[in-house]
Design a protein around this ligand. Structure first.
Ligand SMILES: C[S@@+](CC[C@H](N)C(=O)[O-])C[C@H]1O[C@@H](n2cnc3c(N)ncnc32)[C@H](O)[C@@H]1O
Length: 193
C-alpha cells in the first residue's frame, strides 16, 4: 500500500524527520494526520498542505480522499523532490515548491498545516490561500492560545469555528483584507497576536 511505503521512506530519508522508530512515525506522521480526515472530507474544493515537509498531513489525506485535488506546498526544494515521487502513485496529488506568502490568493477550499509555525503565524500564512467560505485546519497542540488565534483570524476575515483534540478549524468569512499576505517572513518575525 502506498502509505506504508511512503511512511518507510520518510523515516529512511535523511533530513525529513527526526523520528527513527517506525511505531512512533506511524503515530505522528500517519495516524495524527488522519485525525483531520472527517474535518477535511466535509469541506468542498481543493486541499493544500502548507509546509508539507516529508508529506504529512497531505499524503495521507490524498490517499484517503482520491476524488479531491491535494497540493503539497513546501518551501524547501530538496523536500519537494522527495514529495514529487509520490505524484505518480496518487493522481490527485501535486507539489508546489514555494512559500505560502508568495502564492496566488483564495485558490483552495481547505488549507491544512501541521507543525508549520506558531499558530498565529500558521493562520496568517494559510488563510489567504483559502477562498471565502473555506476552512483552515491547524494542528495546534495542547498549549495553543485560542484568544490569540481568534484575534489573528479576525484580522484575516475569519473566525475560530471549532477546537478539539488539538485541531482548530478556522472559517474564512470574507475576502482576504487589503495588506495581506504581508511581505515574506514578516508573519513569523512580527506575529499579529
Ligand atoms: C517542522 S516542518 C513540518 C513538516 C510536516 N508538516 C510535518 O508535520 O512533519 C515545517 C515545514 O514547513 C516548511 N515551511 C516553513 N515556512 C514555510 C512557508 N512560509 N511556506 C511554505 N513552507 C514553509 C519548512 O520548509 C518545513 O518543511
Amino acid at each position: 500500500m502506498v502509505l506504508e511505503r511512503w511512511l518507510a521512506e520518510v523515516v529512511a530519508t535523511h533530513g525529513l524527520t527526526a523520528i527513527r522508530d517506525p511505531a512512533e512515525a506511524r503515530r505522528v506522521l500517519l495516524d495524527d494526520a488522519l485525525r483531520a480526515l472527517p474535518l477535511v472530507a466535509r469541506e468542498e474544493g481543493a486541499v493544500v498542505d502548507v509546509g508539507s515537509g516529508g508529506g504529512t498531513p497531505g499524503i495521507p489525506l490524498a490517499a484517503s480522499l482520491p476524488e479531491r485535488e491535494v497540493t503539497l506546498l513546501e518551501a524547501e526544494r530538496r523536500k519537494c523532490a522527495f514529495l514529487e515521487r509520490w505524484t505518480s502513485e496518487l493522481p490527485n496529488l501535486s507539489v508546489v515548491w514555494g512559500r505560502a506568502e508568495e502564492q496566488p490568493l483564495e485558490t483552495f477550499g481547505v488549507a491544512v498545516a501541521k507543525a508549520l509555525a506558531q499558530p498565529p503565524t500558521a493562520a496568517e500564512w494559510c488563510l489567504p490561500l483559502v477562498r471565502e467560505g473555506g476552512a483552515v485546519v491547524l494542528w495546534v497542540g495542547p498549549t495553543a492560545e485560542l484568544d490569540r488565534l481568534s484575534d489573528v483570524a479576525e484580522r484575516l476575515a475569519a473566525r475560530v469555528e471549532s477546537s478539539a483534540g488539538g485541531l482548530v478549524v478556522l472559517r474564512k468569512t470574507g475576502p482576504t483584507p487589503p495588506g495581506f499576505p504581508r511581505r515574506t517572513g514578516v508573519a513569523k518575525k512580527r506575529p499579529l497576536a
